[in-house]
Design a protein around this ligand. Structure first.
Ligand code: ADP
Ligand code: MG
Length: 279
């Protein structure tokens, strides 16, 4: 398969957010108003609200978030602890439901799906990378990478798998169990596993949070490569300006709202920005 191709094919974008009526059309108009090209969004949220609890203990984790993630780009999400970063990713990925508003993966309105379709969407269209690796300890690196395919009853696209395995640089370690791998190697397996199904989008929630700087660099370089060489779309939460500088764009959250964004970030510019946001 052509490595320059986006994970879901170049024509997919043409039908994104272009439904003639209803919420999809309104979402498209809204994104146009934000001067984001509607044809390249892999996922997005419109007026997303998430409230946890009730009455006195109510927490407004998302307070009207409108954001879109361009296809084939690497976006970092930054913001103070409790600002709603994980909640936004979970709702975008269909792991949790919004209280109000809408989320989209490609041209699919995630909020409208029943549980069965949500499960299929999560399995086939979305990849996850968590801070704690979440590999299956009894399986080898290769078995972990192909697990989403086996679970979905899908035959691996061997040419694609070979590309991912070569890019992740773990071919000599494929028969090793997770405990026989370093943290950085385990997290690279987790990213390779997320890539295996060629999802529309990969969400990574603080993927380098448990790693030393050398291992972090390995994982971040691999994610950057997946975007540049495979056209993968990645959204990553991080606290680390150095990690965020691998991204094409940074979206800043505070108190459940998007408060700013930055294109072509550098670690220094992010640090300056965080100081100013912090007042
Ligand atoms: N399952 C939950 N139940 C109740 N409150 C929650 C739950 N998950 C998150 N919250 C609250 O929502 C807010 C946003 O949390 P979160 O999205 O985890 O923030 P972040 O990832 O930016 O640290 C916080 O105040 C948090 O305590
Ligand atoms: Mg979080």
């Amino acid at each position: 398969m052509d490595p320059e191709r986006t994970p879901n094919g170049p024509s997919d974008g043409d039908r994104n957010f272009t439904g003639p009526t209803g919420a999809v059309a309104r979402f498209g108009a809204r994104l146009e108003a934000m001067s984001t090209p509607t044809t390249t969004a892999a996922a997005g949220a419109v007026d997303a609200v998430k409230v946890y609890g009730k009455g006195g203990t109510e927490v407004r984790a998302l307070d009207g978030v409108t954001v879109s993630f361009e296809r084939g780009k690497f976006t970092a999400i930054m913001g103070p602890s409790g600002s709603g970063k994980s909640t936004l990713m979970h709702c975008l990925a269909g792991l949790d439901r919004l209280t109000a508003g809408k989320v989209f993966i490609g041209d699919v309105d995630v909020s409208s799906l029943n549980d069965k379709h949500l499960t299929t969407l999560r399995r086939d269209q979305v990849g996850f990378v968590f801070q704690a690796f979440n590999l299956v300890p009894t399986l080898t690196a290769l078995e972990n990478i192909t697990l989403p395919l086996s679970l979905g009853g899908r035959k691996p696209d061997q040419a694609w798998l070979d590309q991912v395995i070569d890019a992740v640089g773990l071919r000599p370690r494929l028969t090793h169990k997770p405990t026989e791998l370093s943290g950085g190697q385990q997290q690279r397996v987790a990213v390779a596993r997320a890539l295996a199904t060629r999802p529309q989008i990969i969400f990574a929630d603080e993927p380098t949070g448990n790693l030393d700087s050398k291992s972090s660099a390995e994982v971040l370089s691999f994610m950057r490569h997946a975007v540049d060489a495979f056209g993968q779309t990645i959204v990553m939460v991080t606290h680390d300006p150095g990690a965020a500088s691998y991204a094409d764009r940074v979206v800043f959250l505070a108190d459940g709202r998007v408060v700013d964004e930055m294109e072509s970030p550098t670690a220094d510019r992010i640090l300056d920005h965080l100081k100013r946001l912090g007042g």
